[in-house]
Ligand binder design. Structure first.
Ligand SMILES: O=c1[nH]c(=O)n([C@H]2C[C@H](O)[C@@H](COP(=O)(O)O)O2)cc1CO
Length: 146
């Protein structure tokens, strides 16, 4: 199984330790194409994409998104890139999408994400940090049954 993980980069790296936890857990289910999102070596300046710059990052990520079976996004820290990836994933119509949000942040999730939940292919789940592995486990058990 190929998993595409989305998390904020230029939107801010405050939650990188949670992204790393999520990536580690996701790796027990398949290959995580965007492993770098959970790396503490990537700052909010983003990846160093050498000469190709942002176009290389964009085209590579859209290609990975197309290849992926499942999209998991940590959406607590708002990020334009994550919102864009989710919109593209929905338009592809074949992806199973899980968005994870922590209400303890005091933020209110965008209606364009919360309101996209259809209880089936696009699921938004509120969680507490300590529950994250269990939430992922439940999601992947359910996926196997469908
Ligand atoms: O350097 C990068 N590498 C990269 O893969 N991304 C992708 C993956 C993340 O899920 C998402 C983060 O978007 P943003 O940088 O707008 O927060 O975009 C984004 C950047 C920088 O925008």
């Amino acid at each position: 199984m190929k998993v595409y993980f989305c998390g904020s980069i230029r939107g801010g790296r405050d939650d990188v330790h949670i992204y790393r936890r999520i990536v580690q857990k996701l790796q027990s289910y398949g290959s995580v194409l965007t492993e770098h999102v959970g790396s503490t070596e990537i700052s909010e300046r983003g990846e160093d994409a050498a000469s190709g710059g942002d176009r290389i990052i964009h085209d590579r990520d859209v290609d990975w998104l197309q290849q992926s079976d499942v999209v998991v996004a940590e959406v607590t820290n708002p990020s334009l890139g994550v919102g864009y990836e989710l919109g593209r994933a929905v338009a592809m119509e074949t992806k199973n999408i899980l968005c994870l949000f922590r209400p303890s942040s005091g933020r209110r999730l965008s209606a364009m994400i919360r309101g996209a939940d259809d209880g089936d292919q696009f699921v938004v789940k509120d969680y507490r940090e300590e529950e994250v592995e269990n939430i992922l486990e439940e999601f992947f058990i359910h996926l196997k049954r469908t």
